[in-house]
Design a protein around this ligand. Sequence first.
Ligand code: ASP
Length: 585
Amino acid sequence: MLRTHTCGELRLADVNKEVTLAGWVQRVRNKGGLIWLDLRDRYGVTQLIFEEGSTDKALLEKAGSLGREFVVQATGVVIERTSKNDKLPTGDIEIKASALEVLNAAKVPPFIIEDETDGGDELRMKYRYLDLRRNVVREKLQLRHRMMQETRKYMDAQSFIEVETPVLIKSTPEGARDFVVPSRVNPGEFYALPQSPQTFKQLLMVSGFDRYFQIVKCFRDEDLRADRQPEFTQIDCEMSFVDQEDILNTFEGLVRHLFTHVKGVDLGGVERMTFADAMKYYGNDKPDLRFDMKFVELNELAQGKGFTIFDQAELIVGICATGAGEYTRKQIEALTDWVKRPQIGAKGLVYVKCNEDGTFKSSVDKFYTQEDLKAWAEKANAKAGDLILVLSGDAKTTRKQMSELRLKMGEDLGLRDRNVFRPLWVVDFPLLEWDEETQRYHAMHHPFTSPKKEDIPLLEIDPGAVRANAYDLVINGVEIGGGSIRIHDRPTQQLMFKHLGFSDEEAQKQFGFLMEAFEYGAPPHGGIAFGFDRFCAIFGGSDSIRDYIAFPKNNSGRDVMIDSPSTIAEEQLKELSIALALKKE
Ligand code: ASP
């Protein structure tokens, strides 16, 4: 080893020991005859001291010539510091250096490699390997590491077997576009990268593996956002001979294990809510339950009083913002402008202030008496000092708009505390979802999800009303995982494909292998997959999954460090039997 200790471990108890450290020069303070040097590695920072008189001149000069991020090895004796630094675990000691070797020089780094940096996003991504030297960045990946280790520990203890599935496969229907890879030896043919290992894990159940998991890369060619990357990681799981209840319990166990062992948080119970209730009360299939503001429907109370906008609305829905009764006219105007932005698209916002003296002040005073407004307040559970906000219109759109407003109010009122965790199972998702664009039904989860037995007759008469044995795990308004109990027989799977608009030939071509497998004794099975990067981000209290990925891509799907994607040589294209005919936009 080039060192006897790391830069994070020496303490007062080590005084008088001769040690050798190796690391990066974080900072040099040169006071002429006296030089302090902060040496950094993954484990911490240790101060070295070079002093005229006790240090020989050549050594002093060498120390003075070091630049930031030089890689050095230093030997010396641990001494007690005269002025201690209680912010540093090694702050009680320093090393009186007697030898110094430069292991590698460094160019001046393009940004400061400390917790607070002057580097912008793009620059730090271009030099991600330098960014990763920073504690705050590395710690996020260490959190990821812990989550991975604890996941494996829990899954192994529950008898799950980790199995790797192939990356060069064919299309998997998770609702995104595939990334494709041309096959050189099969000209004109392409592999698809897995959007998930869905079909493989089901086949492993047919193989009798009983319990499978994998921490696995998945690939989806979608438009990118803060919580989306073209390649991301799942904790992918599947179990045989189980029903929905078994899956929810097993994976509640995983989530609880991670919270306890990685975060030291006792999660308590995981609530459950049907999809229908989530939409009715929160306008969202992933409600943030850290705060209340449950929707109240005001149709009965607010219609028939001469206010045409409400009278014509399919839905009038309100939320009670506790303690926001003090909002000024300006603040309410700002909220109104906010909901009217094209991204939200509301036509207007009605408010009712519940005054301290028991009276009400609203933007629709012309149409409603104090008694009327009192009835609204009672329904919304609003007290003096609260503010009721009301939107109206067609039900689906209004719920969506109110969901956005609810989240904004939660944010503005400081109710979305990153240190509070409110997990929730959303259950009974619809099996199918109508797609306006293609004018047909799509699988809401994926086509292998089983319908609820009692709803199967509805498939012919009201497909949109069929519920699935599908569930999502939501934490703080973020979808962390989702899965379902699967179809495990050929006729039902075939029926499902038919309802999704596949011809028999298409279904056979794409998923014949799976349907055939179902004819060889497929056990009842079901599973779930967790978005691992998002899970890490929730644990770390961040909105961006990028921070938890060592080498992420930017918003255009580019890795600016290795400069990819990039063109390939003519020769390579020829080998792949591909001729490019790029369309000009
Ligand atoms: N394959 C699904 C997904 O990626 C998860 C599952 O159904 O287990 O969302």
